[in-house]
Design a binder for this molecule. Structure first.
Ligand code: FES
Length: 84
């Protein structure tokens, strides 16, 4: 069994020993592209076989970060509602 990363999370990049939590933290700090995450974490800067997983984490984070919450959705005026 491979050694666990220092923070106990799942390693997403074995070359640079970067856990998923570091990629998520980079996304929370503003990273939105693979290049951003590479610069911030060194993930995906070696063999690059982790690229699909890193990109999936970025997509997952950006989709959830950019999606409006239910309370913020505006579906237009309800019948009978005056929005003037
Ligand atoms: S496993 Fe991420 S660069 Fe090799």
């Amino acid at each position: 069994m491979p050694p666990a990363p220092p923070d106990g999370g799942v390693l997403v990049c074995h070359c640079a020993q970067v856990p998923e939590s570091a990629v998520v933290a980079a996304c929370r700090a503003g990273c939105r592209t693979l290049r951003d995450v590479q610069d911030a974490t060194d993930a995906c800067t070696g063999c690059r076989t982790c690229r699909p997983e890193v990109e999936a984490l970025i997509r997952t984070f950006t989709a959830s970060a950019l999606a409006p919450s239910v309370g913020q959705m505006d579906h237009g005026p309800t019948p009978g509602e005056d929005r003037r």
